[in-house]
Design a protein around this ligand. Structure first.
Ligand SMILES: C[S@@+](CC[C@H](N)C(=O)[O-])C[C@H]1O[C@@H](n2cnc3c(N)ncnc32)[C@H](O)[C@@H]1O
Length: 220
């Protein structure tokens, strides 16, 4: 079985059984925390279209999206980083277990830190990502911080995908960048989950906006 087929089989079983297992056998409901399959397929399609070599996900969770993004690496295409401070405490390493089942444990670098602690230091280093997926702490200020810092370490032409765009906190944070910094939403696939909620928005950050020191456009 190819890595991609094995990866898909692992995720499909996680959804069909609606169960993911942690290292010590703890059970989690896949559908409660994971990006649906069509959303993952869309992110991979976008990564392929961009020719993304370096991808990063904020929020590994049960590992679903990371399995898809990391399986691109096995095809020789990508390097994937997943950030999650709670992988061992809250999730009993279930994301890592799923990656192992998919044979992808060596294709993902897990950063066990809060994104708000890890991301600010990156821009000063030469780390650049071609595609970032934001699916960590969904509170307004956290999404705002994730977007602000990720934009600073995105390669030219890179994109940020935001999950759970139906949430007012997430939509509000995105609104700041769209209304104040002219970030473009380059695609809105209209993907919805089982509950009919809109999921993904793709953002194209800009850093060429000339603003006066007191510029501010109310966005909520
Ligand atoms: C909705 S789940 C992510 C699901 C995953 N993207 C998937 O494949 O479907 C949100 C994850 O964000 C993580 N998280 C919460 N706060 C975080 C923070 N400050 N920095 C990074 N990750 C965080 C949680 O531990 C959880 O695993």
């Amino acid at each position: 079985m190819s890595t991609n087929a094995r990866a898909r089989a692992v995720v499909e079983e996680m959804f069909s059984e609606n169960t993911a297992f942690g290292r010590t056998g703890r059970k989690f409901k896949t559908s409660h925390t994971s990006m649906p399959l069509p959303a993952c397929d869309y992110v991979v399609e976008l990564a392929d279209r961009l020719g993304a070599e370096r991808t990063v996900e904020i929020g590994l969770g049960l590992g679903v999206a990371s399995i898809f993004l990391a399986s691109r690496r096995s095809e020789g295409a990508a390097k994937h980083v997943a950030v999650d401070p709670f992988q061992h405490s809250i999730w009993d390493a279930a994301g890592l277990v799923a990656l192992e089942l998919a044979g992808l444990e060596d294709d993902v670098r897990l950063v066990q830190r809060r994104s708000e602690d890890w991301l600010p230091g990156l821009a000063g280093q030469s780390v650049r990502f071609d595609l970032a997926l934001v699916d960590g702490d969904h509170h307004f200020e956290h999404v705002l911080m994730d977007l602000h810092h990720l934009a600073r370490c995105l390669s030219p032409g890179g994109r940020i995908v935001v999950d759970d765009i139906h949430l007012p906190s997430v939509r509000g944070a995105v609104g700041f960048f769209v209304h104040n910094l002219g970030w473009r939403t380059t695609a809105r696939p209209g993907l919805r989950d089982d509950l009919g909620r809109e999921r993904l928005l793709v953002l194209e950050p800009r850093d060429d906006v000339d603003r006066s020191w007191d510029h501010f456009v109310p966005f909520l």
